[in-house]
Design a protein around this ligand. Structure first.
Ligand SMILES: Nc1nc2c(ncn2[C@@H]2O[C@H](COP(=O)(O)OP(=O)(O)OP(=O)(O)O)[C@@H](O)[C@H]2O)c(=O)[nH]1
Length: 247
């Protein structure tokens, strides 16, 4: 758990570019307050996940059009300019929304370098801040290690080409001294895509059993779709149990 002197309520969200960190943070912010965690179900009553289909989110729909245009970075910038900063429930710094999920089994388009950090406040009931760092900021992730009390690591489960680099990144994060005692949640995201790799496959590719047995951190693993909400109630439940209860 968090060591003395740490910011008690910040969770770092790390992972390779395009894994879905931004969308995940946005979706978590919109989960109904008090929604009951579900058991691996998708959007639905009592599931604690947004009931509005993501495709009807205007900003995301626009992001789709821009992404199809092949300018993902520009779409993000345009979305940010149009929407400004987030309301009281969340704030985003340096980057904006505007990206959309790819419903088909396509590889994410190559990203323009994104530099910045998103801050999203969740009330669980204590305010927990998700600090998402862009995948391209990997070389300076370590600058933020001293300011967090939990870690989420997002992996694109539908992109086999990212497995080895994500694995190296994960090992590097887990071996960082300032993170040695923090609770870690590994998310295999994008499981709505037809070509996603199951948690069993991902665990095997990552040699997760070895990683978990060598890690000093308590590690939890979940499958999610930031697109359709699968698993997000469990993510929220983990955050609440880890950081959200007033002490
Ligand atoms: N189908 C599907 N698409 C997703 C999912 N999560 C994110 N995406 C899409 O994948 C693309 C990248 O998502 P982002 O949230 O920007 O990824 P990121 O990890 O924040 O990327 P960086 O900030 O560049 O590190 C966007 O087009 C998202 O809409 C998901 O669960 N399913």
């Amino acid at each position: 758990m968090a060591g003395p002197g740490r910011a008690m309520t910040t969770c770092l969200v790390l992972g390779a570019a395009g894994g879905g960190k931004s969308l995940l943070a946005r979706r978590l912010r919109h989960i109904r307050r008090g929604g009951a965690p579900g058991g691996g179900h998708r959007d639905g009553p009592g599931g604690g996940v947004p009931s509005r289909p993501l495709s009807r989110d205007r900003s995301l729909t626009r992001g789709t059009a821009e992404r199809r245009g092949g300018v993902r970075g520009a779409g993000r910038a345009a979305g940010h300019a149009a929407h400004g900063r987030q309301g009281p429930e969340g704030r985003e710094l340096g980057r904006g929304p505007g990206k959309a999920p790819g419903p088909r089994c396509t590889q994410p388009s190559r990203l323009s370098p994104q530099v910045g950090t998103n801050l999203t406040d969740l009330r669980l009931p204590r305010t927990v801040t998700l600090r998402e760092l862009g995948g391209c900021m990997g070389p300076i992730w370590h600058s933020y290690y001293g300011e967090c009390s939990a870690l989420m690591f997002v992996v694109d489960a539908a992109d086999p080409t990212q497995v080895s680099s994500s694995c190296v990144q994960l090992l590097s994060v887990l071996s960082a001294a300032p993170l040695a005692a923090l609770p870690v949640l590994i998310l295999f995201n994008k499981i709505d895509l037809p070509c996603y790799m199951s948690v069993m496959e991902m665990k095997s590719l990552f040699r997760m059993q070895d990683i978990v047995s060598c890690a000093t951190q308590p590690i939890t693993i979940l499958e999610t779709s930031a697109y359709d909400g699968t698993g997000l109630a469990e993510v929220l439940q983990w955050l609440r149990a880890t950081l959200g209860d007033p002490q």
